[in-house]
Design a protein around this ligand. Structure first.
Ligand SMILES: [Zn+2]
Ligand SMILES: [Zn+2]
Length: 204
């Protein structure tokens, strides 16, 4: 359990909104530290090993668990704080954070996808040549290590370079299902252009 817990169990409200009383708590949403005085939402957890709050940045909670924020506002959860915080943003403002987060999620592309290159500035990672403006480029997954984490990042390639890129050791895109995946993930691309790119991939 976290530190920073109230001592009197009988006082525990289901939600509390407060300025963090120290910098020791961690946000359960983004897993980063919650700096002292930054607004946080505590959600009471009653478990077999005790009762206490799990903390979230108020903004993180708005993005990922808005229903809890709504409930906390309805309960005026700032009144459960030891020191009632000032400058609590209006619920509508937090609602906007949620909308933005959901919009971003929708726009996030799923790897692999094909698209029209909006400029001539991108370079194909396979051959190193520029990808012409207006031509179709394919985004394939590449494994990248960050410390002890491995992530898949999109890399851009010419359709004619896809076969070579799929053979790279750090390629994280499955060649077997590539055509079906591209069809599923390339909603913004005209079908005739996608067909052309798939033909080039097959021919290479
Ligand atoms: Zn957070
Ligand atoms: Zn290329």
């Amino acid at each position: 359990m976290e530190t920073d817990q109230p001592t009197e169990e009988s006082e525990l409200a289901p939600f509390v909104i407060e300025g963090a009383r120290s910098s020791r708590s961690k946000c359960k949403t983004c897993r980063r530290k919650i700096d002292k005085d930054v607004l946080r939402l505590g959600i009471l957890l009653e478990g077999p090993y005790g009762t206490g709050y799990l903390w979230h940045h108020l903004n993180c909670a708005a993005k990922r668990r808005f229903e809890d924020v709504e409930e906390a506002f309805a309960a005026e959860a700032w009144n459960a704080a030891k020191v009632v915080p000032k400058d609590i943003p209006p619920l509508a403002e937090l609602g906007k954070l949620r909308e933005e987060a959901e919009q971003k999620k929708k726009e996030r592309k799923e790897i692999p996808w094909a698209e029209v290159s909006p400029s001539g500035r991108s370079k194909c990672v396979t051959c190193g040549e520029a990808i012409a403006e207006g031509s179709v480029r394919v985004n394939l997954g590449r494994l990248v290590e960050f410390g002890n984490q491995v992530r898949t990042n999109p890399v851009k390639v010419h359709p004619s370079c896809v076969a070579r890129q799929l053979g790279e050791a750090d390629c994280d895109t499955d060649g077997e299902t590539l055509a079906a995946d591209l069809r599923a993930n390339s909603a913004g691309l005209e079908a005739v252009l996608l067909d052309g790119a798939l033909a080039q991939i097959d021919a290479s």
